[in-house]
Design a protein around this ligand. Structure first.
Ligand code: NAD
Length: 486
């Protein structure tokens, strides 16, 4: 099937009408395709070639063929290539940002952060991580050394909320460590991944980085594939459980970055207006479609009214619209399925709590709802118990801090949390009692490449970034050696 391209009405971004997959360095178009909808218009604006199990096998075979030479390449050469990949991302940053807005919906200013996150990580890997053998013990005659080797073919399975950022956080350590990759994006946001595949395959040897696309139907075949040695997965807890089950037969290495229902604990010594502003940002970025968004806000009864009113004021001031409009501060819900879930949470908010801002879908095309603040809602409501993943925010009052911590921990999730307090010692004590992989005090979603981010409880395991995250794309081998006594 031939591909044509047209210059879209959006800036200078060239929109391919049919995006190809990339296997063995070649652009692959099959007889089947998936339509991609712009969530701001509800209209199909491009399509992508769709894989089946034969195409999946071909991608894995290509990655297997590329593995021996890629893994044997000296690390400094791979480091130089990581910088070239970063350069190419930099060169195409605007194209990526606009394409992400069109397929994902977030405002351009938010979309512009995805490529730089990847660029920073690629350069960090190249300049700081060496995977050199580590001498664990050197004692008289005995030396114990740990070596690291790549695993083989890695599958990177990504969700639709941060299509490039969450892909590169897997690709950077996987490729740099010497693995080859088959990436599979979410069915509703495949285009930026295909674009990355096309651009990076001009730099990388064929077969090192392959991209296949599905309609949410190849996950089991990928996770159970005997040619794949590790899955780097980001997505919902329900799907993460399926990945684990499918991967069991081949005992694949897994990194599972899953869902969250992160509490924000506001302590009684803060300025409620300033803190409400910061909590609003922590909750409403990407229209609430962030795994680590603040999703349940616990506020002392003494400042509950003031806090809720400020959140409501901020919600009312939000400009909801097409992410390519520079005035927009909140984009649409990413897809029709998630939009239906958001409508259900609005119904629940109406039935169980008091809506003080938003509460309505925006009429017209696209999947828009206004940011919604819900107060006086019980912890038993669906909106509080479940991961809403949309801009409908429950605000819960508390009298007793110990009780608030207990309520914050009363969830199967354990991804992240925030604590907001002026007395740092007290805020730290609270943070230490929260059951979450990452707790931020007086800030939110700050990451450092040295530091592993991981979920607790049903939010997953394995971790990304930091030594644990990087090493998870390698196998450790330990050699004990001592001088011969024979
Ligand atoms: P999802 O679980 O529906 O899909 C994620 C990916 O898994 C997609 O590529 C999908 O096609 C694929 N998939 C579907 N069925 C599969 C199967 N049986 N086996 C393997 N893969 C399969 O998630 P989503 O709706 O795209 O994303 C939203 C979810 O992701 C939320 O729960 C959010 O919290 C979570 N998330 C977590 C993190 C994190 O770092 N912990 C980051 C972003 C998003």
């Amino acid at each position: 099937m031939s591909s044509t391209s047209l210059r879209a009405a959006y800036g200078n971004t060239v929109i391919e009408t049919l995006y190809p997959m990339i296997i063995d360095g070649k652009k692959i178009r099959t007889g089947r395709q998936i339509d991609v909808i712009n969530p701001a218009t509800g209209v199909v604006f491009a399509s992508v070639a769709r894989a089946d199990e034969v195409v999946l096998d071909a991608a894995v075979a290509a990655a297997q063929r590329a593995f021996p030479r890629w893994s044997a390449m000296p690390l400094p050469e791979r480091a130089a290539l990581m910088h070239k990949l970063a350069d190419s991302l930099q060169e195409h940053a605007d194209e990526f940002a606009r394409l992400i807005v069109m397929e994902q919906g977030k405002p351009l200013a938010e979309a512009r952060k995805e490529a730089p996150t990847g660029i920073g990580l690629l350069r960090y890997m190249a300049d700081n991580v060496d995977y050199a053998p580590v001498v664990l013990k050197s004692d008289g005659d005995t030396k114990i050394v740990e070596h690291r080797r790549p695993l083989g073919v890695v599958a990177a399975i990504t969700p639709w909320n941060v299509p490039i950022g969450l892909l590169i956080i897997k690709l950077a350590p996987a490729l740099f460590a010497g693995n080859t990759v088959v990436a599979k994006p979410a069915a509703t946001t495949p285009l930026s991944t295909c674009l990355l595949g096309a651009i990076w395959n001009e730099i990388l040897p064929p077969g090192v980085f392959n991209v296949i696309c599905d309609d949410n139907d190849l996950g089991d075949a990928l996770s159970s594939h005997p040619g794949i040695k590790k899955i780097g997965f980001t997505g919902s807890t329900a799907t993460g459980m399926k990945v684990m089950a499918s991967a069991a037969g081949t005992l694949k290495r897994l990194t599972l970055e899953l869902g969250g229902n992160d509490p924000a604990l506001v302590l009684d010594d803060v300025d409620p207006i300033e803190t409400a502003r910061r909590v609003f940002t922590a909750a409403m970025g990407n229209a609430g479609q962030v795994c680590l968004a603040a999703k349940r806000i616990f506020v002392p009864a003494s400042m509950y009214d003031v806090f809720c009113n400020e959140l409501a004021r901020l919600a009312d001031a939000t400009i909801v619209g097409d992410g390519l409009d520079p005035a927009t501060t909140m984009g649409p819900i990413q897809n029709a399925v998630q939009y239906q879930k958001a409508l259900e949470y609005l119904d629940d908010a109406r039935d169980s709590g008091t809506i003080i801002a938003g509460g309505v879908p925006v009429p017209g095309p696209g999947y828009f709802i206004r940011p919604t603040i819900v107060r006086d809602i019980p912890d038993s409501a669906r909106l509080v118990r479940e991961e809403q993943f949309c801009p409908v925010l429950p605000v819960l009052s508390y009298d007793d801090l110990d009780d608030a911590i207990k309520r914050a921990n009363a969830t199967d999730y354990g991804l992240g949390a925030t604590v907001w307090g002026r007395n740092l010692g007290r805020a730290f004590d609270v943070a230490m009692r929260i059951e979450a992989g990452t707790v931020w005090i007086n800030e939110h979603m700050v990451f450092d490449p040295h530091v592993t981010a991981r979920g607790a409880k049903l939010s997953g395991f394995g971790g990304e970034l930091g030594p644990e995250g990087f090493n998870s794309y390698t196998q450790g081998y330990v050699v004990y050696q001592t001088s011969s006594r024979s």
